[in-house]
Design a protein around this ligand. Structure first.
Ligand code: SAM
Length: 286
């Protein structure tokens, strides 16, 4: 039984982290004229009404995109991201009204020749995503399990692109399914860029996910771990984590710059961003 709905969390600090990283990866893919494919295993609703009941109930967006709204970030990651969110909102709006999820970010930055393939299982979210995709001829939507879907659909005909895995983690086995799915994708598509998001919670279930990716890194793969931590709190999400397999050239530096700036803009002096390569244990702090 699926109960998670991303509308309660859209635009929060974890979305800033995840979506700014996605924008940086898309910018890299756009450097070549050849088409690419984005496979998004857990698409969500596509776009979110920040004036609606779900967003109002938690108010999480105010501590994410809300903090960045009036700012002019210096890093490429945050600038690209903010540009995309602003494009969906009325010019000069005093606050964001609408927030793009990962499917709309990929479609907005991609070209007509690029393809965005989306999986979403929740009936209401799937219906909302279908509505959000109206007019996008290069989007394909599946109502199927996201892990099974991406495994079956790789490698894409384009042979270039990325896989985003962003499950809800309401099922505890998501922590094991993410690295397992990444290994299976790489067995069929060795150059795939894979980006997986995970929450950092007090139960620390994400540690098993990191250990599994560390094992994958031993096979010579470059795997970047990137974490954005909130100031200390007793309950709830302590941080947002990303694992990026086969990160493009200079991506680690770009992400460190965006992560450091996000930590400062979102959390001030109490903000913290950490990144390290799982394969080489190189540590970068911002
Ligand atoms: N990636 C989206 C974004 O960044 O805008 C947000 C995705 S949200 C965190 C996770 C989504 O996965 C939810 O909409 C949920 O309904 C969906 N979901 C949960 N289990 C799934 C599964 N096994 N396969 C596909 N979708 C699933």
């Amino acid at each position: 039984m699926l109960s998670y709905q991303h509308g309660y969390h859209a635009g929060n600090f974890a979305d800033v982290h995840k979506h700014a990283s996605l924008c940086l990866l898309l910018r890299h893919l756009l450097l070549k004229p050849t088409p690419f494919c984005v496979l998004d295993s857990h698409g969500g609703a596509g776009r979110y009404d920040l004036t609606g009941a779900q967003a109002a109930k938690t108010g999480e967006w105010q501590f994410g995109i809300g903090h960045l709204w009036g700012k002019a970030p210096r890093s490429a990651g945050l600038s690209l991201y903010l540009e995309q969110v602003r494009a969906l909102n009325p010019a000069g709006a005093l606050r964001p009204l609408v927030y793009p999820g990962s499917p709309l970010l990929s479609l907005a930055m991609g070209r007509p020749c690029d393809r965005v393939v989306l999986m979403e299982l929740h009936p209401a979210e799937h219906a909302a995503l279908r509505r959000a995709l109206k007019g996008h001829a290069n989007a394909e939507l599946h109502r199927r399990d996201g892990f099974e879907g991406v495994r079956a659909l790789v490698p894409p005909a384009e042979r270039r692109g990325l896989v985003l895995m962003d499950p809800a983690y309401e099922m505890k086995d998501d922590y094991a399914r993410v690295p397992d799915c990444a290994a299976r994708i790489l067995a069929r598509w060795r150059d795939a860029i894979i980006v997986a998001w995970f929450p950092i919670l007090p139960e620390a279930r994400h540690e098993a996910l990191i250990t599994a990716f560390e094992k994958l890194a031993v096979t010579g793969r470059e795997i970047l771990l990137d974490c954005l931590f909130t100031p200390r709190r007793k309950r709830g999400m302590a941080g947002s984590g990303l694992v990026v397999v086969n990160p493009p050239w200079h991506f680690a530096d770009n992400l460190a710059e965006a992560g450091g700036e996000a930590a400062a803009l979102l959390f001030g002096a109490a903000g913290r961003h950490e990144a390290r390569m799982l394969a080489t244990a190189k540590t970068v702090k911002a």
